[in-house]
Design a protein around this ligand. Structure first.
Ligand code: ADP
Length: 171
């Protein structure tokens, strides 16, 4: 049984084995948390993402899928990239968002990670309501077998998001 917690903070400083990036399908960087992770990891992360595009996912990473790279300049070991559903493009199915958390945990288990940090996937420019993201995230993590993972941490930028996740964890 993993500990599931939420903290206020910046995901790029987390020393969990893995951190999750709310990437876009192209995997070649973007704004928000994606931009912060690439800036902190350094240019080798972009190169590793280009390798993923040349090999495993030539047409881009599908919404709800996840793929790992090394973490380079970051203090964690791996970055697990996932693509959240974009409400502005009509991607409103909660199963797609749940899949981001589930598939990221699957990848973490395959890597042998013991701890993992998630941002509030799709709660930024992809336009999902924080309360929905928190509920879906907590439910997906709680229902995942996550064998070998001791700690799942939600790292939230800002007080409001943090409060919303805290109340989802209390429920
Ligand atoms: P998406 O495109 O999936 O909506 P965003 O990066 O726009 O992704 O936002 C996802 C969430 O990540 C937002 O709540 C945003 O405030 C938050 N965020 C942005 N930078 C960071 C960071 N360095 N650490 C943790 N969360 C962050």
């Amino acid at each position: 049984m993993s500990t599931i917690e939420s903290v206020r903070g910046d995901i790029t400083t987390q020393t969990t084995d893995a951190i999750v990036n709310a990437a876009n399908s192209g995997l070649l960087g973007g704004g928000g948390v994606d931009g912060a992770i690439h800036a902190a990891a350094g240019p080798r992360l972009l190169e590793a993402c280009r390798v993923v595009r040349r090999t495993t996912w030539p047409d881009g990473l599908p919404v709800g899928e996840a793929v790992a790279t090394e973490a380079f300049g970051l203090p964690c070991r791996w970055v697990i990239h996932t693509v959240g559903p974009n409400r502005h493009r009509g991607q409103t199915d909660p199963a797609l968002l749940a899949s981001c958390f589930t598939r990221s945990l699957d990848v973490a288990v395959e890597l042998g990670a013991r701890s993992i940090a998630f941002p509030a996937i799709s709660a930024g420019v992809y336009g999902w309501e924080p309360v929905d993201v928190a509920r879906i995230a907590v439910q997906a993590v709680r229902s995942h077998p996550a064998s070998g993972i001791d700690l799942v941490r939600f790292v939230l930028f800002g007080d409001n998001l943090y409060r919303v996740f805290e109340s989802a964890l209390e429920g």
